[in-house]
Design a binder for this molecule. Sequence first.
Ligand code: ATP
Length: 216
Amino acid sequence: MSKVLTNKLLGIFGGTFDPIHNGHLNPVIEAAKEIGINQVILIPCHIPPHKEQPSTAPKLRLKMVELACEHNPLFSVDDRELKKNSHSYTIETLKSLRADYPEKSLCFFMGSDAFSKLNSWHKWRELMDYAHIIVCQRDSRNVVLSAEIEGLLKKFRTKNNRELLDKNHGYIFEAATSELEVSSTDVRDKIKSGETWAQHVPESVYNFITTHRLYQ
Ligand code: ATP
C-alpha cells in the first residue's frame, strides 16, 4: 500500500503497561508492518476495569511507555486515560479518538487472550462502531473463543488488509504475529525473585526500573 493510503490507518494500543514489555511492543510492530500501519498511539490506562489498580503510579507507567517508544517513529503516547480519574473504558476512549480523528481508520490492537474475553467489556458490541480490531497472537493454543466471540468474528472478520481502508471501523483482522511468552506479571515476579528479566523489556525501560528500584 502507498504511504498516502496507509496514513489513513491509525493504530491504538491500550494497556496497564505495569511495566511495558517486549510482548506488548513486538507483536504490534509486526502486525503494523503486515497491515501497513505507520502510526500507533499507546494509551496507558488509569483504572483498568478488569484488574486490580496497578501499584505503580500512573506517571511512572507513562514514563516507561514514553521511554519504550522514544526511538521508534511508529509509536507515540497519549495520556488521555490517565487524565481521567475514573475507570478506563475503551469505548469512551474510542469515542474521544473518533472525535479527534474523524477521517482515520482506527485500528485497535489487542492480544488474542484479551480478544477472547471481549464480551466482558463495557458496551463491547459498540466497539466495532468506532474502530477495527487487530488481533495479535498470544498463547493462542490455550485461547478458547465463546460462541459470542465466534459470532463476532464470523460477522466482521477480514483477511484483506485493504478492507481496513474501505471503512474507518468495523472489521476484525487477525495478524500473523509471532508469540512472545511474557507478561507484566512475569516481569514483576522475576524482579522480586531475583531472576533475569532484562531480555523482556527495552533497555531504556530496564534502566528506568533499576534506577528507581521499581517492583522490588
Ligand atoms: P499483567 O501481567 O499485569 O496482567 P499484561 O502483560 O497482560 O499485564 P496488559 O498491559 O494488561 O499486559 O495488556 C495490554 C494488552 O497487551 C492486551 O491486549 C494484551 O493481550 C496484550 N499483551 C500483553 N502481553 C502480550 C504478549 N506477550 N503477546 C501479545 N499481546 C500481549
